[in-house]
Design a protein around this ligand. Structure first.
Ligand code: ZN
Length: 87
């Protein structure tokens, strides 16, 4: 089970389906050089596993040197029917 709080970026908790970089290692280009960004498929996989573990209302936030999980961090951004009427 990936731990999303132990790496410099939460997405690093999962293996990359695109370049096969192991958890904790940054994505690589086909040349072997460090990619400038993490692969999008890795982000999607991290999202999927994060939601599976913590639920769709959870989010992550950074505080000081570490990452933390807020179990209801996304609850407040759910569209509210009364607010949607104002759009
Ligand atoms: Zn990758």
């Amino acid at each position: 089970m990936p731990d999303f709080t132990v790496y410099p970026h939460p997405v690093l908790a999962v293996r990359c389906p695109t370049c096969q970089s192991a958890p904790g290692l940054w994505c690589r280009r086909p040349s072997g050089h460090r990619a400038s960004d993490l692969h999008a498929e890795r982000g999607a996989e991290a999202d999927r596993l994060f939601i599976e573990q913590h639920g769709w209302e959870a989010s992550m936030f950074r505080d000081g040197d570490g990452w933390f999980i807020d179990p209801r961090g996304r609850a407040g951004i759910r569209p509210q029917p009364d607010k949607m009427a104002l759009i």
